[in-house]
Write a protein that binds this ligand. Structure first.
Ligand code: COA
Length: 370
């Protein structure tokens, strides 16, 4: 059977960056205003006063120091608390397609490829802006790519599950070269008035070229995948087309990202450590054979916990699981790919693991060799 490679990865990064201090100052101004506007109800005890957020907490609890965002002014406005963008005409490129094309061009350039070399496009993201026509087909059209294209959603595992689909299509000779694109505008689904989640997310687009025979100077061979899903309501996004016909008036907060962060931490860390350990043992490998673990970027403490579980009694070396959370925050499915893209010092023959985990729950481990 033919070999399949990650030929290259590419990124699009928004121009606006928000530090923890900026975000927390705006959140705390929102809290003061809310408490002042609602002081009578708070004094009566019918509603609770909101509490301030703090930079110290955010950095200690998550490892996040800043995030890139598509729009900053309104996001930081205590009277608005979300980014604001202009609607686009249907004849203009949609925002997800635009940032996806930018990431795709970066990935193509790094692999010395042209759009004409691509046989298929998969857009895979935690949130997709419309049901149809597919953003992937819009990108296919924009780049003048022949073949097929489709969208898929697997929350924070969207990128790795997309790469898995591309791998299968290439193995079975349906295609030779596939673009997997992850446009993640996470700021549109986050609740900037929620103290426990307002600091979590950042925007980005990532792209991966998956290819059979590859001349890319930055390629890695994909050895195998291990995937698992386990149903949980602890990370949930309620927004969908059925909302429209439900006999209920949803509040803004009800249709945004929600999580029970503590439960997610407790459930997901052991599941991920176990899945990676099983993946390694199925391949007759030990953690010592792995040069880098490019893990999903949701929380630094989570990643350290997972790595410690995997190495057991061996010496723990945090550098083995590179972190990009400090700069990017949680960029949903793009996180493990950004870590791979930015921290890839593998020499020929070295092995690494890309592992996503998140809503669903969904987990996917990809074993690669330089
Ligand atoms: N600023 C200051 N204090 C805060 C705060 C904030 N923004 N948010 C919560 N706190 C306080 C809490 O009130 C609590 O105080 P208490 O101990 O007096 O009750 C304390 O900090 C601890 O809160 P907790 O929610 O237990 O924090 P945590 O250490 O579990 O960290 C998360 C919270 C969300 C960062 C962490 O649970 C996490 O990352 N979980 C996994 C998330 C994940 O992977 N999600 C996937 C998304 S795709």
């Amino acid at each position: 059977m033919r070999e399949v490679h990650i030929a290259s990865t590419g990124l699009w990064i928004p121009e606006h960056k928000v530090s923890n201090d900026e975000l927390i100052q705006s959140f705390n101004e929102y809290v003061d205003k809310y408490n002042e506007d609602n002081k009578d109800s708070i004094n009566e005890g019918s509603i609770k006063a909101l509490e301030h957020s703090s930079t110290e907490f955010v950095e200690k609890a998550s490892g996040i120091k800043s995030r890139y965002v598509i729009e900053k002014k309104h996001l930081l406005d205590p009277n608005f608390m979300k980014p604001l963008i202009e609607p686009r005409d249907k004849n203009d490129l949609s925002i997800l397609a635009e940032i996806g094309v930018n990431a795709a061009k970066d990935a193509l350039e790094r692999a010395n490829l042209q759009p004409k070399d691509i046989d298929a496009v998969i857009v895979s993201a935690a949130n997709i802006s419309r049901a149809y026509p597919a953003i992937a087909i819009e990108i296919q059209n924009e780049l003048d790519i022949k073949g097929y294209a489709y969208d898929m959603m697997v929350a924070c595992s969207s990128a790795t599950f997309g790469i898995s689909n591309a791998y299968s299509d290439i193995k079975t000779e349906k295609a030779d070269t596939i673009l997997v694109i992850n446009p993640e505008i996470t700021t549109a689904h986050n609740n900037y008035t929620d103290r426990e989640a307002h600091f979590i997310f950042g925007d980005v687009a990532a792209a991966t070229v998956v290819q059979g025979e590859s001349n890319s100077p930055v390629k890695s061979r994909i050895i195998s995948f291990k995937q698992s899903t386990v149903f949980s309501n602890n990370i949930r996004n309620e927004k969908g087309f059925i909302n429209f016909i439900e006999n209920k008036d949803y509040s803004r907060d009800e249709l945004l990202f929600k999580q029970n962060g503590k439960k997610v931490f407790k459930d997901v860390c052991p599941l991920v450590a176990e899945l990676i350990s099983e993946h390694l043992s199925e391949e007759d490998l030990s953690h010592r054979d792995i040069k880098k673990f490019w893990l999903h970027q949701a929380n630094l403490n989570m990643n350290n916990f997972i790595l410690k579980r995997i190495v057991g009694d061996d010496k723990f070396n945090a550098d083995k699981a590179p972190c990009v959370l400090d700069e990017f925050a949680n960029t949903s499915s793009a996180g493990s790919l950004i870590a791979y893209h930015r921290h890839n010092d593998l020499k020929p023959g070295d092995k690494g693991i890309i592992c996503s985990f998140g809503g669903g729950y969904s987990i996917c481990s990809i074993l690669v060799e330089k």
